[in-house]
Design a protein around this ligand. Structure first.
Ligand SMILES: [Zn+2]
Length: 587
């Protein structure tokens, strides 16, 4: 433990898991639990549950589970101490004077240093754009592109001067070490000679925020025909391109309000939509959308509209991203803007209402792909066969079989090909290219399958702590076969069952993710009822004890008898069996 136990308890007591998870997952109450789409695996129907009374989460689909701290760790991909800090910050809990392991402390401090550097640089570039003479052309450029003063201030746009050492000098002034300077990605090491030079020169600067409003990186755009047109910060410990979406920090509340999100490509696309009041928008910044991006967005809205330019590059980009969306099972529409427009120019030329009208009529992914394929191959017999070849690759990616068969039907009708023949083609292709769709193994679940009653006892203790004295008295957990469950039981029994919140206190004792997940799954599964709980407990305990004693007695007796008869063959066989049984239960 890096923090005193009392501190962790304080955080667990004050924080509210529903409140915390709601920031990244849309939760709806159903019965005792809240349900939402799991941020840790692809799914269309919610199997991710959060229990407010027990302060835990559990996914029935992928078995992810734990308490509020494990959630923060898993969701943000951060360490335990960072999760503690994050929760403490949210609930204004003082965390000073806690002892951290040197390594972890270093890692956290390093990230904080990078965030601080980014913030300083953002302020510096922003002030230059706002007030310096040398930024006149940058301000004019933004004006020409229709970016308002309000937007410049809200998104802290900046200007990097035509100079090789503006930031180098700024770093010197702030006494930033060479190592930190290099890691920030804002300066680059000189290839010849010593020292550094600025990465961004004579560009409009767009700070890139993470969802917690910290400056993670920067993008810079030239104002003439210079190349590259866009330049972004490299990956750093605080900037992960596969996870960050531009604008999400300000768009997230609007995505929830509107129930859907527009995904555009560039900074200006984003800013011009936002400025016109279409605030449920994020930008992918030219990188292909990843599963992480889609899962993060799912936390704010499950319907998405991909907005692309009608040029070949736009269509190719759309095709690349579609795979990810199909796999993630989200409701995605594709909006291809007409006549060489990008969202920015379209808004300027035709206005907001027209854009919304287009978006409302945007087609599904399959309609889009089919149209692209028809445009490419035409509708001759050969063309239609080629279209079918194109489409089967996309169809096997759809995991919802009902939805897939609908698309097969639609495709068959459009191509005037027999539905069965289409289906056959798709099935053939599927078998030749078996796609791995599961992103978790079921092995973990299998470990415990032979110990149903032991699992039931665990679940009973968690849901009805009043049965614990009886279980203790009978020493029932001593008879457990499963070492894993024995360990969990031991942790449960080590906590005073009158403590509240009981499950959360035990959760804090679990040493690793897997154990937390297991604990959460038992805590959320309540097979019992309040009435007669003691009688149920007693009969469960007795059965466990009886089964164990009987099994061992039978084998031991048989071995003893065989030894009496000097039947060495049988002894061998029985001992083998005994070992097998033990192994089975000790896995
Ligand atoms: Zn899941």
């Amino acid at each position: 433990m890096f923090f005193p136990e009392a501190k962790i308890s304080e955080i667990l007591n004050i924080s509210d898991i529903v409140d915390v998870i709601s920031e990244s997952v849309i939760l709806k109450k159903a019965g005792m639990n809240y349900f939402g789409l799991c941020p840790f695996h692809s799914e269309k129907t919610p199997s991710f549950s959060v229990n407010s009374g027990k302060q835990i989460f559990h996914c029935f689909g992928c078995s992810a589970g734990g308490n509020v701290l494990s959630y923060l760790m898993k969701y943000h991909g951060i360490s335990f101490p960072e999760a503690v800090k994050m929760a403490a910050r949210k609930y204004n809990i003082e965390l000073d004077n806690v002892a951290l392991s040197p390594l972890i402390k270093k890692e956290i401090e390093f990230k904080e240093v990078l965030f601080r550097i980014n913030k300083t640089v953002m302020g510096y570039y922003h002030d230059l754009l706002n007030g310096s003479k040398q930024a006149d052309h940058a301000r004019n450029y933004l004006k020409k592109r229709g970016i308002s003063e309000d937007i410049i201030q809200e998104f802290k746009l900046g200007y990097s001067p035509e100079s090789w050492d503006t930031i180098v000098r700024l770093f010197k002034k702030h006494k930033i070490s060479d190592k930190n300077a290099a890691q920030s990605g804002l300066v680059l090491e000189r290839k010849q000679g010593q020292g550094f030079y600025d990465r961004f020169r004579n560009r409009i600067i767009f700070p890139i925020f993470d969802v917690n409003m910290q400056v993670a990186g920067f993008g810079g755009r030239v104002m003439d025909d210079g190349m590259p047109k866009y330049l972004n910060s490299p990956e750093t410990p605080v900037y992960s391109k596969s996870r960050i979406l531009y604008g999400l920090h300000s768009a997230k509340q609007f995505c929830r309000q509107e129930g859907f999100v527009y995904i555009v490509e560039g900074y200006f696309d984003f800013l011009s939509l936002y400025q016109q009041g279409i605030k449920n928008t994020v930008a992918s910044l030219g990188t292909a959308l990843t599963s992480d991006h889609v899962r993060i967005l799912k936390g704010y809205s499950t319907r998405m509209v991909l907005v692309f330019d009608s040029d070949a590059a736009g269509i190719n980009a759309a095709k690349r991203s579609i795979k990810t969306f199909l796999k993630e099972g989200v409701d995605i529409r594709i909006l291809v803007l007409p006549d060489g427009n990008d969202p920015d120019s379209y808004m300027l030329n035709y206005g907001k209402e027209s854009f919304i009208q287009l978006a409302t009529n945007a087609g599904t992914v399959m309609q889009f792909l089919l149209q692209v394929s028809i445009n490419t191959h035409g509708s001759s017999v050969e063309g239609r066969i080629k279209i079918l070849d194109d489409m089967k690759q996309h169809l096997i990616l759809i995991q919802d079989s009902a939805l897939r068969s609908l698309y097969v039907k639609e495709l068959a009708e459009t191509l005037h090909i027999d539905e069965k023949a289409v289906l056959e083609k798709v099935r053939e292709y599927y078998l030749d290219n078996s796609v791995s769709v599961l992103n978790y193994s079921k092995e973990d679940k299998k470990i415990l399958e032979s110990d149903r009653r032991e699992e039931q006892i665990i679940s009973m203790m968690l849901n009805y702590p009043e049965t614990i004295p009886l279980i203790k008295k009978k020493d029932a957990t001593k008879y457990f076969y499963s070492e894993k469950l024995k360990y969990i039981a031991k942790q449960i029994l080590s906590v005073n069952h009158e403590n509240k919140p009981f499950v959360n206190c035990i959760m804090a004792k679990m040493e690793n993710d897997k154990d937390q997940e297991l604990l959460a799954s038992y805590a959320i599964n309540d097979f019992f009822s309040e009435e007669d709980i003691h009688r149920t407990a007693l009969s469960l305990i007795n059965r466990i004890i009886r089964v164990r004693i009987k099994k061992e007695n039978t084998l031991t007796n048989k071995i003893i008898n065989a030894e009496k008869d000097c039947n060495s063959e049988l002894i061998e066989l029985l001992k083998k069996k005994q070992e097998e049984i033990q192994q089975l239960h000790h896995r």
